[in-house]
Design a protein around this ligand. Structure first.
Ligand code: BES
Ligand code: ZN
Ligand code: ZN
Length: 514
């Protein structure tokens, strides 16, 4: 798939004020008493233009803000973009990621072709420079992302490529930044890839198309293989959950398995075999238990868990991490029709457990239970699933963080650490026996919904019953999949949530074992 804006990321060993570029990006804290040495030097060469801007109160260094100062013959840059970093003590690596995204978005808007990033300079040695570089890479892709592949007119007007360089006069510093920057660029590119796939609507992307996209990703790497089960194979394997959910649509369901086998087997074998499992409902109408019409279009994003897994597998293969990973993506379209599954139906799932359907809109858990049981059958020791599973999770946590459930303290901590490192936020929630109790059925092994309350927890407790002895983590990303309106650092539409989180989880795992 072609990336919509072709982003090129590099490092450059150059003096800040001498650096030739369309935009030089520097950071300013809101509570700084005076300009830092680099900004002060720029200000001097610009005859006090930065100082005057700040003094007038037009720019205060607040979070989410920025201001442009035009260059002159004394500096290399045509423009200096001041980006607000907020209060110094509150800053984290995510501050740098967001500020970078802000700068990248502005640069695209003003059609700057070259950008020199010097944001890291404001932080001195406060954060690990490789982590800072990674955030710069991720942020550049995130902020410059736009989705306009079906807009016929605007194309000629907008930027087709963007060259971004992280600049610093200190070569040793630059080397460390570069380590992270290359990883960040891979992750950022995979996240943009995921956002584009996710933004494509149900008439463009349906299970067979998603499977084709996965196969194309696998073709791009020697270390990835891709197997796809179609309806016939799903029937032969007994994947009754995926089949039932997909039965109402002309577009037949698929079960996508990506397998990553690292070159460095010796160190990879010391790590557990991991499965990443993602829900990919290409459109969720609710089925016979149909959803209300308002905002139903947003349910094209019900495939984003699966796409996050696909994006992560792509990043993993490009990073060539020494860890064995399955990416498992059950995919179906949930529509009402003459052949749809119905409330009351009893389904034979892949695990052997029978499920009584009480609501066809609780379809995510039905396709996921086949995928989780499949992962367990492949002897995966760690299984992490990611799904736009419940509106209830969004009610509980809002659109700020994903729900995190699981059965293993250590795994939960590792996911929380990856969350901190990647800026994709999660919050722990329960999923124990009390919740599972609510899904006991009189006529089958379990039913697919619990009581009115704690819907995110009951959904997770449903999944837990298919995990066997594996260590399990569950991410409910309903609410995180969609950015409802454009902000200073993002376009509207898919957020690509999960690609940074899951890839960072895998990177940390590998790092720890080194
Ligand atoms: N895909 C939805 C969940 C969802 C809601 C995702 C809003 C993103 C935004 C899921 O399949 C669903 O419909 N869940 C039901 C479950 C209920 C019937 C128990 C829900 O949340 O209402
Ligand atoms: Zn649903
Ligand atoms: Zn759904």
């Amino acid at each position: 798939m072609k990336q919509i804006i072709d982003v090129k990321l590099k490092t450059r060993n150059v003096d800040f004020s001498g650096c030739k570029t369309d935009v030089l990006v520097v950071g300013v804290f809101s509570d700084a008493k005076k300009l830092d040495p680099v900004n002060a030097r720029l200000d001097k060469k610009l005859a006090g233009a930065i100082g005057r801007l700040i003094k007038l109160g037009d720019f205060k260094g607040a979070d989410k803000t920025s201001a442009i100062v035009y260059g002159n013959e004394k500096i290399g840059a045509r423009r200096v973009l001041l980006v607000g970093l907020g209060e110094k003590d509150k800053a984290t690596v995510d501050t740098i990621r967001k500020a970078t995204a802000n700068a990248a978005k502005k640069s695209v808007e003003i059609k700057a072709k070259t950008v020199a990033l010097a944001l890291h300079n404001a932080f001195g040695r406060r954060f690990d420079l490789s982590a800072v570089g990674k955030a710069c890479g991720e942020g550049t892709y995130f902020g410059s992302y736009i989705y306009d592949e079906f807009v016929t007119e605007s194309k000629d007007g907008r930027l087709s490529s963007l060259k971004v360089e992280v600049v610093d006069p200190d070569l040793a510093k630059l080397r460390q930044l570069k380590k992270g920057l290359s990883a960040g660029a891979v992750i950022g590119r995979s996240q943009s890839f995921a956002r584009t796939l996710a933004n494509r609507p149900g008439n463009i992307i349906y299970p067979a198309k998603l499977a084709a996209a996965a196969q194309e990703v696998a073709r791009g790497s020697k270390r990835l293989s891709c197997t796809v089960f179609d309806k016939k194979q799903l029937t032969a394997k007994g994947m009754g959950g995926v089949l039932a959910v997909g039965s109402g649509s002309q577009h037949e369901p698929r079960f996508i398995i990506l397998k990553y086998s690292p070159a460095n087997n010796k160190s990879a074998n010391k790590l557990p075999l991991i499965a990443l499992v993602g829900k990919a409902i290409t459109f969720d109408s609710g089925g016979i238990s149909i959803k209300p019409a308002a905002n139903m279009d947003e349910m094209k994003l019900d495939k984003t868990g699966g796409i996050a897994v696909l994006g992560t597998m792509k990043a993993l293969a490009e990073l060539e991490l020494p860890v064995r990973v399955y990416g498992i993506i059950p995919s179906a379209e949930n529509l009402p029709g003459g052949s749809s599954y119905r409330p009351g139906d009893i389904i034979n799932t892949f695990s052997g457990k029978t499920v009584e359907v009480q609501n066809t809109d609780a379809e995510g858990r039905i396709i996921l239970c086949d995928a989780l049981a499949y992962a367990v059958k492949q002897k995966c020791e760690v299984v992490i699933d990611i799904a736009t599973l419940t509106g209830a999770c969004m009610v509980a946590l809002g659109k700020h963080m994903a729900g995190l459930m699981g059965n293993d303290e250590e795994l939960i901590k590792q996911i929380q650490k990856a969350s901190e490192d990647s800026g994709e936020k999660v919050w722990p929630m329960p999923s124990g026996d009390e919740y599972a109790e609510e899904m006991k059925s009189k006529i089958a092994d379990l039913k697919n919904i619990g009581s009115r309350w704690g819907g995110a927890c009951t959904a997770a407790a449903f999944l837990r019953q298919f995990i066997g002895e594996a260590k399990w983590g569950h991410l409910d990303i309903a609410g995180m999949d969609l950015i409802q309106s454009a902000s200073e650092f993002s376009a509207v539409g898919s957020s690509g949530f999960g690609v940074r989180l899951l890839t960072t989880y895998l990177m940390n795992l590998v790092d720890k074992k080194k």
